[in-house]
Write a protein that binds this ligand. Structure first.
Ligand code: PXP
Length: 242
């Protein structure tokens, strides 16, 4: 029996706080509850427009998180400087568009050029483990391995959003093949985006997937059952038979 590690993304606790411009709910409090319910990692995305997580959240989380802190960020100078100063355990580089509701699509590692390579080098020099958030596309996975990062996070959003059984099956196959390729190339393979209690199990069953990062569905569920219960319910589904 293997348990896939659970990274809980607390961004949307901050989204609610920012909607009122007040001090609560605090994503730091949510992170503490997530850890006490068995989360293995806390994930936050410091966006350029600061729409949810603020620099203060990142600093306080760095001091309070007892598991691991995974910072999602764009390969942009300002946020990379903050990352190198705060030194999360891991940085996951993601594409970032100002108009998007959430991260849409994976990073273009194939076309990432010197800018991406420099971002990876900067983070590694600061002693931060680097992961790249990419679509389950063989070319992107191979390019990630060439950049010598330690991990990739496969974008599960297309699988989650598929509206027909055939499309979902095809997307699941892409994630399965991508995970196998990533592991063969020596990368730690995570997945994330759009995962819910209803769609997570086929992803958990993929033998090479070691970690999932899940935010929206846990925060949404927490409104009705409480934060710890929402994390615990998800964690229960992350076991697979080997
Ligand atoms: N992983 C990455 C890289 C993300 O950008 C996000 C969204 O911030 C997530 C996981 C979590 O996605 P969701 O909120 O849909 O669970």
């Amino acid at each position: 029996m293997t348990r896939v590690r659970l990274g809980v993304n607390v961004d949307h606790v901050a989204t609610l706080r920012q909607a009122r411009g007040v001090r609560f709910p605090d994503p730091v409090a949510a992170a503490l509850l997530a850890e006490s319910a068995g989360a293995d990692q806390i994930t936050v995305h410091l966006r350029e427009d600061r729409r949810h997580i603020q620099e203060r959240d990142l600093r306080v989380l760095r001091e309070t998180v007892q598991t691991r802190l995974n910072l999602e960020c764009a390969a942009a100078d300002e946020v990379l400087s903050i990352a190198c100063k705060v030194r999360p355990d891991e940085a996951t580089l993601v594409p970032e568009l100002r108009e998007e509701l959430t991260t849409e699509g994976g990073l273009d590692v194939v076309g990432g050029g010197a800018r991406l390579a420099e971002a990876v080098a900067r983070l590694k020099e600061a002693g931060i483990m680097v992961s790249l958030f990419i679509d389950p596309d063989p070319a992107q996975i191979e390019a990630s391995a060439r950049l010598e990062v330690e991990a990739i996070e496969l974008h599960s959003g297309t699988y989650c959003d598929a509206t027909t059984a055939a499309a979902r099956e095809a997307e699941l196959t892409r994630v399965e093949e991508g995970a196998a390729l990533g592991a063969r190339l020596g990368l730690m393979v995570a997945a994330g985006h759009g995962l819910t209690l209803q769609n997570v199990e086929p992803i958990v069953a993929i033998p090479q997937i070691e970690e999932l990062n899940i935010g929206h569905s846990i925060v949404a569920r927490a409104l009705f059952v409480g934060f710890e219960e929402a994390v615990a319910e998800m964690r229960e589904l992350l076991f697979r038979d080997d």
